[in-house]
Design a protein around this ligand. Structure first.
Ligand SMILES: [Zn+2]
Length: 248
């Protein structure tokens, strides 16, 4: 069987003298591993440099073994702006690292593919930190976690300024219900509303969100604890609110 598909290069390493192996997040097959035989001998079939972050069209041969032979690769976009802006590249790296760590091989999810595509496109114009929040919140929603930001998980009372967020429980708790939950920490109604807005708003409208610095600090801290608890992902550790001051 031969297939044509689009995919982002998540990770790559050299193999023997002339070949390359890459983890690719594709539209139709989810994450795959591909081998590009003769990549470094400048084969005409590989017109793309296959850089990390790049989106390409591939022709490959799906099979049962882990690594699939890729026979053609054509560049669709190399997101050149990422090479000129370290903060944006740092956020793109977190997104790709997160996809690589959390998605299983061949676990197809076209919504996640479109999410990565939308986020990379918006990253050129928007502040990188905002795109990171949007990516993570949307990803959690699409992958079934869907943290609750609207009312108390236990008693269902409506959001107020006296709410707490628990990563282990996966959402908001009112003061009364949060008593025995060790990891519950205070969250402002404003931060909850921003998170809810991201959860419920489609692209490109979602990028209109404007949050205060304090609100962004809260969102970042909530997401850090959530992805660390549920995915064992600590790749947000080096992302901090300083990016906001740098205006990126
Ligand atoms: Zn409650």
């Amino acid at each position: 069987m031969i297939e044509k598909d689009s995919g982002f290069i998540l990770r790559r390493y050299n193999f023997r003298e002339t070949s390359l192996i890459a983890s690719i997040y594709t539209y139709k097959f989810g994450k795959i591993r591909g081998i590009f035989k003769g990549f470094y001998s400048k084969k005409r079939e590989f017109s793309s440099g296959l850089d990390i972050f790049s989106l390409n069209e591939f022709i490959f041969y799906p099979k049962r073994s882990e690594i699939w032979l890729v026979s053609h690769a054509d560049l669709v976009s190399d997101y050149y702006f990422l090479r000129e802006n370290i903060s944006k590249a740092k956020v793109a790296a977190v997104i790709f690292n997160f996809i690589d760590k959390t998605m299983q091989l061949w676990d197809r999810n076209t919504y996640v593919f479109n999410l990565v595509n939308n986020c990379l496109s918006l990253l050129e114009e928007e502040r990188s930190l905002k795109i990171l929040y949007i990516f993570l919140i949307k990803f959690l929603t699409l992958s079934g976690f869907e943290p609750e930001f609207n009312h108390c998980l236990d008693c269902k009372s409506a959001l107020s300024n006296d709410f707490l967020f628990s990563a282990s429980k996966g959402g908001l708790l009112c003061r009364k219900c949060s008593g025995k939950i060790a990891d519950a920490g205070r969250i402002s109604a404003q931060a909850s509303k921003s998170l809810l807005y991201i959860q419920n708003t489609d692209f490109p409208l979602v990028s209109r969100l404007n949050s205060t610095l304090q609100c962004e600090e809260e969102i970042l801290s909530i997401l850090k604890s959530f992805v660390s608890y549920h995915f064992g992902f600590d790749g947000l550790a080096n992302i901090d609110i300083a990016q906001k001051y740098a205006g990126v």
